[in-house]
Design a protein around this ligand. Structure first.
Ligand code: 2IT
Length: 445
């Protein structure tokens, strides 16, 4: 395999799909050496097959807003790879959603899901519907219209969507209600991230952030460092940022910044229960601004137009969106003495930022390893649904701990570079080998 030849071919087929091309290049560069030691992969053209989604479902979603105006959005489901299990991955509602974004996310999901130790293939879906400023009734009508098209393509053993940016418990509820009506079956396992009274799993809302902190704990422990007493800057204030802030605080670290599209909140005294709960309220308001946090808590200050990466911190946790941490941001963090960066958002750092962290030899881990606790706990929700029972919070949390530890071990094993661990390489190689082996054994399909 020659990465540049494959990339040229892919760029020709998918011109301008920059996020997708970026995600593929990162994985191919990581696996090139190992791949070329496996002539059986080369012979079966595994790379040429694995970079393309199995299928892309595109549909029109038309709905009526509160003013009686007819609105039309685009809906997608990208079923990327089903070598190791049914398609699995979130749904994103965001005004910038397009095929490139969902293809990058579906591609990443395939390797992430392989790392979880659970049998799940990779998928992603979503819409360019913009939830900002929408009423609850509008959100419901949109979710129903979206499911009206999607429902025939999903199922507990076919494809199991969940939440992502712009899709939380409320949206999953509206989508499940419509699914149930259309399918005339109580198939709880068709969606994850459900409410606790109708098949949801304890710890699923917390899981992405909790899992990320468990991963960071292992990474720090291996490097002889401690989370206790460390200062942490977090970007975002949604579900993922919330779980990360909660667990970081519980483990004795100090979350000194959270941010939104409007700017950064400096929080020098760290979080407490009231502040952490308020993050959920902020998100539920659908206004997509973080400034009110500093109006409510007088020890916090809002700085408009600034990112979380302008704050001096030990550990930086991108928890918002792809490419939210650039090369310039990385330089600023490094100049301020940051010694660990863990992507909690998918592809949160640009390639320039990752190169800067790796050159500086600080601890860096990629999203597909760090944030895999979210989808892993979705996998545990599917198991509970299939068994028609529910586990206690302690039981789910223990399994999540074990899974994050396994992912860390897999990264260490595949990412050894001298006396350092290249977590990007480790995660990509470990995830790839599992999917590639399954594809090889299943023949040319
Ligand atoms: O990016 C992700 O892993 C998610 N949005 C969660 C997907 C899932 O199926 O729980």
């Amino acid at each position: 395999m020659k990465v540049n030849d494959i990339m040229l071919d892919l760029e020709r087929k998918h011109p301008g799909e920059n996020e997708y091309l970026q995600a593929v290049r990162e994985v191919l560069e990581s696996i090139e050496e190992v791949y070329n030691q496996h002539p059986e992969f080369e012979k079966a053209k595994i790379v040429e097959r694995i970079v393309e989604p199995d299928r892309i479902i595109t549909f029109r979603v038309t709905w009526v807003d509160d003013n009686g105006e007819i609105q039309t959005n685009l809906g997608y489901r990208i079923q990327f790879n089903s070598a190791i299990g049914p398609y699995k991955g979130g749904i994103r509602f965001h005004k910038a959603v397009n095929p490139s974004m969902l293809k990058f996310l579906g591609f990443e999901q395939t390797f992430k899901n392989a790392l979880t130790t659970l049998p799940m293939g990779g998928a992603k879906g979503g819409s360019d519907f913009d939830p900002v400023g929408k009423s609850d009734a509008e959100i419901m009508r949109f979710c129903q219209a979206f499911m009206l098209e999607l429902w025939q393509n999903i199922g507990p053993d076919t494809d199991v969507p969940a939440g992502d940016v712009g899709v939380g418990g409320r949206e999953i509820g509206y989508m499940y209600g419509m699914y149930k009506k259309l399918a005339r079956e109580y198939n709880t396992g068709v969606l994850t991230g459900k409410g606790l009274t109708w098949g949801g799993s304890l710890i699923r809302p917390e899981a992405t952030g909790f899992g990320a902190l468990y991963f960071v704990e292992h990474m720090l422990h291996r490097a002889g460092k401690e989370l206790k007493g460390a200062t942490i800057a977090i970007s975002g204030f949604g579900n993922v940022a919330w779980g990360a802030a909660k667990k970081a605080t519980e483990l004795g670290a100090k979350v000194i910044a959270i941010s939104g599209p409007d700017g950064v909140v400096l929080n020098p005294n760290g979080m407490n229960d009231e502040k952490i709960d308020y993050m959920l309220e902020l998100r539920a308001s659908n206004r997509n601004i973080v400034a009110p946090f500093a109006e409510k808590f007088t020890d916090a200050t809002f700085v408009p137009g600034k990112k979380a990466w302008s704050v001096k911190c030990d550990i930086a946790l991108p928890c918002a969106f792809q490419n939210e941490l650039t090369g310039a941001d990385a330089e600023e963090l490094l100049a301020n003495g940051t010694w660990c960066v863990a992507e909690v958002s998918n592809m949160g750092c640009t390639p320039e930022a990752i190169a800067a962290f790796q050159n500086a030899k600080i601890l860096f881990a990629p999203g597909k390893a760090v944030n895999a606790g979210g989808v892993a706990t979705s996998g545990l929700e599917m198991t509970q649904n299939a068994m028609h029972l529910s586990w206690s919070a302690a039981e789910v949390d223990e399994k999540l701990h074990y899974i994050m530890q396994s992912i860390h071990e897999a990264c260490v094993k595949a990412g050894q570079e001298g006396d350092r661990i290249n977590y990007v390489k480790g995660a990509n190689i470990a995830g790839f080998l599992k999917v590639a082996q399954a594809m090889l054994e299943q023949g040319i399909v």
